[in-house]
Design a protein around this ligand. Structure first.
Ligand SMILES: NC(=O)c1ccc[n+]([C@@H]2O[C@H](COP(=O)([O-])OP(=O)(O)OC[C@H]3O[C@@H](n4cnc5c(N)ncnc54)[C@H](OP(=O)(O)O)[C@@H]3O)[C@@H](O)[C@H]2O)c1
Length: 283
């Protein structure tokens, strides 16, 4: 029986990975039980497993601008540690990455092999994690890039929208960043499908299909929650400046799935209803 280790198991994605792997032989370790920046601890935790899934990350995108070293320790070195341990024991490594490894200047979906050009500290550290893992364990590393994640297991944009709606008449949301809202439930299931297949190691784009802006996503969330979508007003990134710049276009292409004989993830609009039923938009 395949033995799975999840690092970062208590995060938003980790929560749904545990659900997707229910009934299998899984060791799920949160940060308190396994700090991925500690190579000895990683080696000890990895022992006896066939598959390691890295759901840990420093995900505070804005804080990373002034704390790049702390983000690098987790996102780059932590990922490398898991790759070292996986390589030593011949385990598969799935490590989750981000659309923020790209600068957002594209106008058509990013192919998996597009060179990385991050515009934020978070994106740089995640890109380094990808590079180090692929270099350390080339035959057994699966990079699964995702984006705009929301799920029941953590705070997220969708829950924030519903919470804000309770306290004000209108909510302004940027309408000039395009991407793919992605439910952690679908991503976790896709990662399990990938592991159950004989797909080659390499880079895969684990985002729901279709595309929208944050404004479009917020309107869909309002509708799903039974609220009037007209209460969401469009704004621009220039009027909503944050410490870390965001890519304006970060739609990810899905060709690697088909090349591996697998089906890309469904449209984000279809996923939203199931996500809501699973508690992903309930504050
Ligand atoms: N959220 C998004 O919109 C988004 C978009 C693109 C890509 N991603 C990627 O998707 C993956 C999952 O994201 P998520 O939303 O599930 O993130 P999350 O909810 O922030 O979960 C990350 C988990 O990693 C843990 N962690 C932090 N430092 C650690 C360390 N040194 N050792 C072990 N665990 C550590 C965190 O614990 P603490 O909470 O205790 O710090 C947290 O439980 C990450 O790789 C992220 O970069 C996310």
């Amino acid at each position: 029986m395949t033995r799975y280790l999840i690092a970062g198991a208590n995060g938003q994605l980790g929560h749904d990975l545990q659900k997707a792997l229910e009934g299998r032989d899984v060791t799920a370790l949160g940060r308190v039980d396994l700090d991925v920046t500690d190579l000895d601890a990683v080696r000890e935790a990895a022992a006896g497993h066939d598959v390691i899934i890295n759901a840990s990350a420093y995900t505070k995108v804005d804080d990373a601008e002034s704390n790049e070293g702390a983000a690098y320790a987790v996102n780059a070195l932590g990922t490398q540690n898991l790759a070292i341990a996986a390589a030593e024991i011949g385990a598969k490594l799935v490590t989750v990455s981000t659309d923020y490894v790209f600068d957002g200047s594209a106008t058509t979906p990013y192919a998996e092999d597009t060179p990385r050009v991050a515009i934020s500290a978070y994106g740089r550290t995640k890109g380094e994690g990808e590079r180090l893992a692929l270099e350390t364990h080339p035959g057994g590393t699966y990079i699964v890039r995702t984006a705009w994640l929301y799920g029941a297991g953590g705070p997220n944009f969708a829950k924030t929208m519903v919470k804000l709606a309770a306290g004000r008449d209108t909510v302004s949301v940027v309408d000039d960043q395009r991407g793919q809202p992605t439910w952690t439930g679908d991503l976790a299931a896709q990662i399990v499908t990938l592991l159950d297949s004989d797909a080659p190691a390499g880079i895969y784009h684990g985002t729901n299909s279709g595309e929208t802006t944050w404004f479009g996503f917020a309107q869909a969330i309002f509708a799903e929650a039974g609220l009037d979508p007209e209460r969401v007003l469009p704004t621009t990134s220039a009027d909503f400046v944050r410490p870390a710049p965001r890519p304006s276009y970060s739609v990810l292409g899905h060709d690697a799935w088909a090349a591996a004989g697998l089906t890309p993830m469904r449209d984000w609009r279809e996923a939203l209803a199931d996500a809501a039923a699973a508690g992903a938009i309930t504050p």
